[in-house]
Write a protein that binds this ligand. Structure first.
Ligand code: ZN
Length: 438
């Protein structure tokens, strides 16, 4: 980006400059590593609160260290105003890029700044959230911030500890929060206005848009996943004396199974499958393998397709095992349903992209995002922004151009300005009063 280009942009250059400032809030100098309830979380949170207030929002931390900024609806103070939530995570993986999560916080702040400058209010309250934890680096459980807000938080997690033995409960307290206040964060109750939509803008973390020369895309679904543990048991034997035809080689059978995963997921568009971990016993150069354990990870935006793939793979594993006279046990240990994006919101996002004179590309998200927790609360949507450098993310060489940041923010602003919540019922009683919580 040259200075000339930057000077012509309403949002893009500022957003990249702000992302640069945020990259400086890190636990490890020289790289971006920012975990939940750390000192760098506080620095990033304070900076974001400053940006939100400057932009015209009322902003502060909630009890879990999420930063929440509100741009009140046209009738300020009305408890009946519906809420559109937007945002993403402030935390990072180890040695992260500068835009993962942060773009989804900085881009809507830029939208609000523009609305506020023009003195324009919306027919709903726009809430921008910087979730404290999404990546789960510190406590091993992911999406703590969005889980709390979507009513999916398990209080047993408060006893989880980090590598220094500090519990989640202690960490939230040390941050100045209140670990026992999690029920009050649940937005399903309608407190602070009924949430009618959640929309997240995020860097793609892949190369689909890059390869097709497109700056933005509409996410159709955040993929679901099945993870299996597979155990293949054969018979050990002397590598020199057992003839080839008489072997019950567990590793040779497992190798066929790995290729079956690859073949099935290649032949059925919409699936991805990975064998990422394998162990071999006894594991000696001169012994035929007897015991092999490996994992299978299958993902799809279509739950039916994924479940059919898992069933087909288990049947194929059994057939391979029978032919090779070994036994196999394949047990799923993790299931995550896909989070489909709302068709109506997708159409509105598509219209906002077309309004910029751009074609609309629909694509699934292979990675998890804060938005995936919100179907419990309201319809969700996601806007993807082109990821440069071959689509690399979760890595320091993740890139985004100021021009793409500009286009994506313009799309988002168009969406916010044209969104009219269908659920505005001026005389309805807020749910929080109808069903008072204990
Ligand atoms: Zn992210």
């Amino acid at each position: 980006m040259s200075m000339d280009v930057g000077a012509n942009l309403r949002f893009g250059a500022d957003i990249l400059a702000q992302a640069e400032v945020l990259a400086g809030f890190t636990e490890v100098p020289g790289e971006v590593t920012r975990t939940y309830c750390s000192r760098s979380h506080r620095q990033a949170g304070d900076y974001l609160i400053g940006l939100m207030r400057e932009a015209g929002m009322v902003a502060d931390y909630d009890a879990f260290g999420n930063v929440v900024g509100r741009y009140e609806a046209g009738v300020p103070g009305s408890p009946w105003a519906p809420v559109v939530m937007t945002g993403s995570h402030q935390d990072s993986v180890k040695k992260a890029g500068k835009y993962d999560g942060l773009f989804g916080i900085l881009s809507p702040i830029a939208c609000v700044r523009d609305l506020h400058r023009r003195g324009k209010r919306l027919p709903y309250t726009l809430e921008v959230v910087a979730f404290g934890d999404e990546e789960g680096v510190r406590f091993g459980v992911t999406l703590i911030g969005s889980k709390a807000m979507a009513g999916n938080f398990d209080p047993a997690w408060l006893e989880l500890t980090d590598s220094d033995g500090v519990s989640l409960r202690e960490a939230i307290r040390a941050f100045g929060g209140d670990p026992d206040a999690w029920p009050a964060l649940d937005r399903r109750t309608g407190a602070h206005g009924e949430v009618v939509a959640f929309i997240e803008s995020h860097i793609e973390q892949g190369a689909t848009l890059l390869d097709e020369g497109l700056p933005v895309g509409v996410v159709t679904a955040i993929v679901g996943a099945t993870r299996m543990k597979v155990r293949v048991t054969g018979l050990a034997g002397h590598a020199g004396t057992v003839p080839m035809g008489a072997r019950q080689d567990a590793l040779a059978a497992a190798a066929e199974m790995v290729l079956a995963v690859e073949r099935h997921c290649t032949e059925h568009p919409g699936l991805v499958g990975t064998v990422g971990k394998m162990s071999v016993a006894p594991g000696a150069v001169n012994v035929i393998p007897e015991d092999v354990a490996f994992t299978v990870d299958v993902r799809s935006g279509d739950d039916a397709l994924r479940l059919a793939a898992v069933a087909a793979l288990r049947a194929e594993f059994s057939a391979i095992a029978a032919r090779r006279r070994v036994t196999v046990a394949a047990e799923p240990f993790f299931e995550l349903e896909a989070a489909p994006c709302d068709a109506g919101l997708q159409a509105r996002l598509a219209a906002s992209i077309e309004a910029q004179g751009l074609p609309v590309r629909y694509l699934p998200s292979g990675a998890g995002h804060d938005a995936m927790e919100f179907p419990a609360v309201c319809p969700i949507a996601m806007l993807f922004v082109r990821c440069g450098n071959g689509g690399i993310s979760h890595h320091p060489s993740e890139t985004m151009t100021a021009e793409d940041a500009e286009i994506a923010t313009s799309v988002l602003l168009h969406f916010f300005e044209h969104f009219e919540p269908a659920t505005v019922v001026p005389d309805r009683v807020p749910r929080v009063e109808r069903n008072p919580s204990p």
